[in-house]
Design a protein around this ligand. Structure first.
Ligand SMILES: [Zn+2]
Length: 148
């Protein structure tokens, strides 16, 4: 008899974030689907500092699954609907730190190429920036981070 007490969510009920080959977050999927993508070589696990990992065993395979995976095959954007830019997910992607100075306070979203100059509100043009850097950058399309 197993007396092990488990308060955690069962592994197979976890959600995994899928990123495209170009590191765009695409969707949340069920971990079972993630396992299929990993086993069939269509995806690889990604490791961030916040990554959670689970070990899934079958009689012949031991899989390390993290809560972020990246598709390895091309053009997934065609098959997946890219979600609209979401403040919370951008902060999460950027580790809740200003991408110019590293500050973790008073965070805002900055358009790398300003919207006034044709910049788009898309994942590859939006970064986390603190209020100070955001206003210092203003309408310029580039700013040297402090560490440069
Ligand atoms: Zn900053």
């Amino acid at each position: 008899m197993q007396t092990e007490q488990r308060q955690k969510i069962p592994i197979l009920q976890h959600q995994v974030v899928v990123f495209s080959k170009n590191y765009l977050p695409l969707a949340h999927i069920n971990i079972k689907r993630a396992i299929v993508l990993l086993v069939t070589g269509q995806a690889e696990t990604l490791e961030f500092s916040s990554t959670q990992q689970w070990e899934v065993r079958s009689p012949s395979v031991v899989l390390q699954i993290s809560d972020h995976i990246r598709l390895t095959s091309g053009n997934p954007e065609r098959h997946w609907k890219v979600p609209p830019v979401n403040r919370r997910e951008v902060f999460r992607r950027d580790n809740h730190a200003c991408q110019y100075c590293g500050s973790t306070k008073r965070l805002t979203l900055d358009h790398v190429i300003p919207r006034s100059k044709g910049g788009t509100h898309t994942w590859d043009n939006v970064v986390t920036a603190c209020e100070k850097c955001n206003s210092a950058k203003g309408d310029r399309s580039c700013m040297k981070p402090q560490w440069c």
